[in-house]
Design a protein around this ligand. Structure first.
Ligand SMILES: [Zn+2]
Length: 332
């Protein structure tokens, strides 16, 4: 407990709070800047059990905002790199990582096993899925989003306050919301919001009355302007009132990710022989298996193919075109 002595003297935490943090299980969905900084802050504060999920690999343009990643991590799965480094920071905590797409199946498997879900995502689509699964199993979660120089955060406690769909009833049409690839992101911004997210997570674990469900906090770190708004439950919310979990039922096979990549999922879960695929595709372009992943360059498009059949495509602007290329080259 010596490690936490500066924290246990806080009246808000105390020895009992520290013990509850040790028992708590938190799922972090997304291991970019927001997710990894939140995870690190929670582990340093004494969180006992952490689950990390991310489908992506570390890229050079992540390094300006993610403290855990260094240039030698480029090309490796984010969830695994993060888990390895976090184990060094918190050797007494139990850390599990999934280098996988947060699918409805994985959501239904992981969420019932944890006490709280925190947001490390870069797209609203997956947040609707997180919202569905958390409302279904009555698990609190924290919505946190960052873009350009501002961010917002809202604790969601099913039945005790609004859910994400009470705030944003319908997913925006693809392409109508700027991504961080288009709008950019100020390097220190995610750390600030991750710090607030981690403090909110501790408050939720300790059931502090000062964490108010549905209180939306907005902060611009450039102008240092902040605002707090209380969001109300929507009387006809399809998720938390009607309990229609649309996003758990429907999984789209393609998704445009922040960072200008399009992800394509296989039609059925599969186990690809990446070396055989590399050999077959070598005459068409560049094909190389590295770090357990297949990297391809065909017709000006770069593919990163995972052993489970999932692929990230770059250099292609439309999801339909990405789907067609995937069907042509990866899954026959
Ligand atoms: Zn709702």
């Amino acid at each position: 407990m010596e490690r936490f002595v500066r924290q246990t003297i806080l009246p808000q935490i105390g020895g009992e709070g520290q013990r509850r943090l040790r028992q708590a299980r938190v799922l972090v969905v997304g291991c970019g800047a927001l997710g990894t900084h939140t995870a690190e802050a929670l582990l340093r504060a004494g969180l006992g059990h952490l689950v990390l999920v991310d489908r992506d690999v570390v890229e050079g343009h992540n390094l300006h905002r993610v403290s855990l990643f260094t240039p030698k991590d480029v090309g490796w799965p984010k969830a695994e790199v993060a888990a390895e480094k976090l184990r060094e920071i918190a050797p007494d905590s139990h850390i599990v990582s999934y280098a996988a797409h947060f699918s409805p199946e994985l959501a239904e498997e992981l969420v019932p096993q944890v006490d709280l879900v925190v947001d490390g995502l870069d797209n609203l689509e997956t947040r609707y899925l997180v919202n569905d699964v958390c409302v279904k199993y009555e698990k609190p979660w924290i919505y946190t989003a960052v873009l350009a120089t501002y961010g917002m955060i809202m604790p969601i406690v099913p039945q005790k306050g609004p859910c994400l769909r009470c705030l944003f009833p319908n997913p925006p049409a693809p392409g109508t919301i700027p991504t961080c690839a288009q709008a950019g992101i100020l390097g220190p911004l995610p750390q600030v919001l991750a710090g607030i997210q981690a403090a909110t997570a501790i408050g939720l674990v300790l059931e502090s009355e000062e964490v108010r469900p549905g209180e939306l906090f907005y902060l611009d770190v450039w102008s240092r302007k902040a605002q707090t708004v209380q969001v109300r439950r929507a009387s006809r919310c399809p998720t938390c009132v009607a309990r229609d979990f649309q996003f758990l039922r429907e999984a789209s096979r393609s998704a445009v990710l922040c960072g200008d990549a399009v992800q394509i999922l296989p039609r059925t879960p599969t186990k690809l022989d990446l070396s055989a695929l590399a050999q077959a595709l070598a005459p068409l372009g560049k094909a190389e298996v590295r770090n357990g992943l297949l990297f391809l360059e065909i017709e000006g498009v770069s593919f990163t193919v995972f052993p489970d059949g999932r692929a990230l495509l770059k250099g292609v602007s439309h999801p339909d075109r990405a789907q067609a290329l995937y069907d042509q080259f990866i899954a026959r």
